[in-house]
Design a protein. Structure first.
Length: 235
């Protein structure tokens, strides 16, 4: 076997002061700004999968889990009226919803009535409702009923845009609850799925894009009383 020759790297004459690299237990390095940072710690959220025939039953059974911030993944029947969740949650938990933001393809009169009950019963302060232009064009006759029942105390806004998203955002007592899934604000006589979870980041994400559409496609001119508006068109 051949011997490996010694290689002179010319380091013999170099004076290297490595003292700066000696760090004692009490030494603390200066903070260095870097391009990268540690990822946020993921905090596991308890999740429960359930099946329910009716919205009120779900809320009554799962209310402690919802209030505790757990995620509920629900499979529901065609008898499930999505809007009933809001009324059941507010009444059963005896809470006031500070803000309710809804995006839906379509809605039923029953859901309008449910939202009306929340507004007049002291359970809901502010309601923003975004519906699809498809629903609006095919259900124009329902517009007067929506305005009559929900335009109360300048706390309601209705916007119409090309949306198919089914999202409900509930802000109450510092909690930000998100509901997403396939269900519209009416019963379609079909099996639906949706998720309820307390998630501030997801809430803010949806509130931002829905808010942009609410501003751009609002149908109520705030600051003009209904009587004043009628006077403009009655003659």
């Amino acid at each position: 076997m051949n011997d490996i020759p010694d290689i002179d790297m010319g380091l013999g004459d170099m004076n290297l002061d490595l003292a700066a690299f000696d760090m004692g237990a009490d030494d603390k390095p200066e903070r260095i700004e870097t391009r990268y940072c540690k990822p946020r710690i993921y905090r596991h959220v308890k999740a429960t999968a359930v099946k329910y025939d009716r919205a009120k039953d779900l809320v009554m059974d799962m209310l402690p889990a919802i209030v505790a911030g757990e995620r509920i993944d629900a499979l529901v029947s065609g008898n499930f009226i999505f809007g009933d969740v809001f009324e059941a949650l507010a009444v059963q938990a005896n809470i006031t919803i500070d803000r309710l933001i809804i995006s839906t393809l379509a809605m039923s009169q029953e859901n309008v009535d449910s939202l009306h009950n929340l507004l007049t019963g002291g359970y809901l302060d502010k309601l923003d409702l975004l519906v699809s232009d498809y629903f609006w064009s095919h259900n124009r006759a329902s517009a007067p009923y929506i305005y009559e029942k929900l335009d109360i105390g300048d706390r309601f806004q209705l916007a119409v845009a090309g949306v198919h998203a089914k999202v409900a955002l509930i802000e109450t007592e510092g909690r930000k609850i998100v509901m997403t899934g396939s269900a519209n604000l009416r019963s379609a006589r079909c099996i639906e799925v949706f998720t309820i979870e307390t998630n501030p980041d997801l809430f803010d994400f949806h509130a931002e894009w829905i808010g942009r559409l609410m501003t751009a496609y609002a149908t109520i001119r705030k600051g003009i009383r209904a009587g004043d508006a009628f006077n403009l068109i009655k003659d």
